[in-house]
Design a protein. Structure first.
Length: 176
């Protein structure tokens, strides 16, 4: 599988969703835009929902999972919130126009991964109640983000970032 080709398909998809909306984007339109035959799409993805899932997870892996060893966790949260805000048009249209892929849960999974890493790094062993608390906290932060895409007067992403960091600080103190 060629990551570069998948990324090219994903970039075309994102640009088209921003312009036309999720419902109006077809596989034919995506592939015509990048001048690659339609069948190539199916070599990599089942449908546009599978592509959406790949786009979101690839982005979150790049922002969160791949930076765990290189950036302080607060910077990872700031970077993630910044990126989601920078692509708000794409995310908003995807959240509003489709119900098959749960973006809130996808974000929560990656934030949970970050928190679990912090717990292990601090030599705390996550037991069942801690794992549940981590997931609920991550889901809450994810809901904060995705809800902000859907309201008429969204909060500034920096305000949301500060709220998330404060909540995570309190959670990490409780878990240590």
């Amino acid at each position: 599988m060629s990551y570069i080709l998948k990324r090219k398909i994903a970039n075309s998809f994102q640009e088209l969703v921003e312009k036309k909306g999720f419902d109006q984007v077809s596989i034919t339109l995506i592939m015509k835009r990048i001048k690659i035959r339609r069948q190539t799409f199916y070599d990599y993805f089942k449908d546009k929902y599978d592509l959406l899932e790949w786009v979101i997870n690839d982005s979150l892996e790049e922002l969160i999972d791949n930076n765990i060893k290189y950036l302080p966790w607060k910077d990872i949260i700031k970077l993630t919130f910044f990126d989601l805000n920078a692509n708000w048009r794409f995310y908003t249209k995807c959240i509003r126009e489709q119900n098959e892929f749960d973006m809130t849960n996808a974000i929560a999974v990656h934030i949970s991964f970050l928190i679990n890493h912090l717990i292990v790094k601090n030599k705390a062993q996550p037991n069942s109640p801690k794992v549940a608390l981590i997931y609920v906290m991550s889901l809450g932060i994810s809901q904060l983000l995705t809800h902000n895409f859907l309201i008429n007067h969204p909060d500034d992403y920096e305000l949301l970032t500060d709220k998330a960091i404060k909540a995570l600080n309190l959670t990490l103190i409780k878990l240590s």
